[in-house]
Design a protein around this ligand. Structure first.
Ligand code: HEC
Length: 97
């Protein structure tokens, strides 16, 4: 039993390191595949590539999001209250320090 556990640790550590590396890659958004990540990519990745949430602090994201809202409204597709909240929460959760 102990032996089995020990053998499992190495590949698990290796996978964790791979995941960490993948998280640093600009093309891979955090929480990739989840609803908030897809919503963010869909709403914030059309005019320009979706910026990685880690590239800014939560406070900066709040400002950036506000700055983008008139642009989004001008396309005839403004952010709904729910989408704004979900995107801001997603960015805040994954923001850089
Ligand atoms: C309608 C097109 C459009 C959409 C949709 C859009 N943006 Fe932008 N975004 C722009 C343009 C144009 C610029 C560059 C000019 C500027 O900074 O105002 C920009 C720039 C940015 C920048 C860089 C600012 C800087 O100082 O370098 C960030 C960060 C950003 N957008 C975040 C977002 C986020 C977050 C969303 C989703 C809520 C979003 N954008 C959706 C058009 C858009």
């Amino acid at each position: 039993m102990r032996r089995t556990l020990r053998n499992w640790r190495r590949p698990a550590l290796f996978l964790a390191m791979l995941a960490a590396l993948a998280g640093c890659h600009r093309a891979t958004l955090p929480e990739s595949g989840t609803y908030p990540a897809r919503l963010y990519a869909a709403r914030c990745g059309t005019c320009h590539a979706a910026y990685n949430p880690r590239s800014m602090t939560a406070a900066m994201w709040q400002v950036q999001l506000q700055a983008m809202e008139p642009r989004m409204a001008a396309t005839g597709h403004p952010l709904s209250d729910d989408d704004r909240r979900a995107i801001l929460e997603y960015l805040t959760r994954n923001a850089g320090g």
